[in-house]
Design a protein around this ligand. Structure first.
Ligand code: GTQ
Length: 350
């Protein structure tokens, strides 16, 4: 049931509305049912970008501008329901970033949290965060926490392409954006490669760890380890009717989400899996890493393969089918919604 529909407009009421607009006032009764909707009413639309097509366009940008000149050579994935707004969903930004062999994307820092999901490359490109270099392999999930210097480089002979996910629209909503360049290409490196994963990613924590940062101290969740874990877990065949085998990337400090505003997930759908329908209030960006299948999102069906990028809007019904064993990476604003008490899900009848 909707709240009261807008009452009838009369000449008197229209005149009143126009008069009070000069005082920067407006009658709630004309907009109430649009403001406070019975369920999410999103401008975000279901969509899919085919990796092969956006990759060609991104490589063209590689001939048009350098990473240095662009600062970040990125094609923004714009949701077709919100053109020009740099949003992939209502609350999140996504882009595809290209760093060519020998290039550097110079160091800067900003309030926005970023995740990288590596789409392509031979493992010889890196991003540096907090004085530590992390090498980027296909399927790795890598974090840039808020306000940390970060620069990217590619010492390999092959292009590296990754998906960026940032909480740009959330920061816009709160008007909390700060950003600055370092003024040097690269930040000083004072830790060996793999340092954070050794210190925080081996089911060990420093005995007096009391860091209050909200982001996981692990910068990189390598795909090799994630994939192996999924494979070992599948032995039990406990497939959730909606999700198959779905896991959440965790902060080793407390088991919470790896990032404060963006939740990241990975799921395995076995060959032949056909999910029960599902919806939740956190719009999601999904990247199939392996396998082929199709997803019905709202009223549309998308046939996907590796590295395609899909958008599921808030509260849109979603149904997946896997023709082969499939691994899906996804991210959404779920941690923010949970903290604010907004999140809801609907498992259909499952
Ligand atoms: O790599 O630092 O897609 O600052 C957008 C803003 C990437 C980055 C984006 C950024 C970056």
């Amino acid at each position: 049931m909707s709240l009261t529909k807008a009452p009838e407009d009369t000449p008197e009421r229209r005149a009143y509305r126009e008069k009070i607009a000069r005082q920067n006032l407006s009658p709630l009764w004309t907009v109430l049912s649009d403001l406070i909707t019975p369920e999410p009413k999103s401008a975000c639309r279901p969509h899919m970008w085919r990796y092969g097509e956006v990759r060609d366009t991104l490589m063209e940008a590689g001939r048009l501008i350098t990473a240095r000149e662009a600062e970040r050579r990125v094609l923004i994935l714009e949701n077709p329901g919100m053109p020009g707004e740099s949003r992939v969903t209502t609350s999140l930004y996504a882009g595809l970033q290209l760093v060519l062999p020998g290039e550097i994307a110079p160091s800067h820092r900003h309030s926005q949290s970023a995740l990288r999901f590596v789409m392509e490359g031979s493992g010889g490109a890196h991003t540096s965060v907090n004085g530590e270099k992390t090498y980027l392999n296909v399927g790795d999930f890598v974090i840039t926490p808020p306000n940390c210097w970060h620069d990217h480089g590619n010492e390999s002979g092959d292009p590296v392409i990754w998906l960026d996910g940032l909480d740009v629209p959330m920061v816009q909503t709160f008007d909390t954006s700060f950003a600055e360049p370092l003024g040097a290409d690269e930040q000083p490196i004072d830790k060996p490669v793999g340092y954070s994963n050794a210190r925080y990613g081996a089911n060990l924590m420093p005995v007096d760890y009391d860091d209050t940062t909200l982001t996981s101290p692990i910068f990189s969740y390598p795909y090799s380890r994630t994939r192996e874990a999924l494979e070992e877990m599948r032995a039990k065949e406990e497939w959730d009717p909606c999700h198959g085998l779905k896991m959440r990337y965790a902060n080793p400090k407390d088991g919470g989400f790896a990032m404060p505003t963006i939740g990241t997930f990975v799921q395995l759908l076995p060959k032949g899996f056909s999910s029960a329908r599902y919806r939740s209030t956190d719009a999601a960006v999904i990247v199939p890493v392996e396998g082929k299948g199709r997803s019905r999102i709202g009223e549309q069906t998308f046939e996907w393969g590796p590295q395609d990028i899909l958008v599921v809007p808030s509260w849109a019904w979603c149904h997946h089918e896997a023709d082969e064993d499939a691994v899906l990476f996804s991210f959404s604003d779920r941690p923010a919604q949970l903290k604010l008490g907004y999140w809801r899900e609907d498992r259909g009848n499952a």
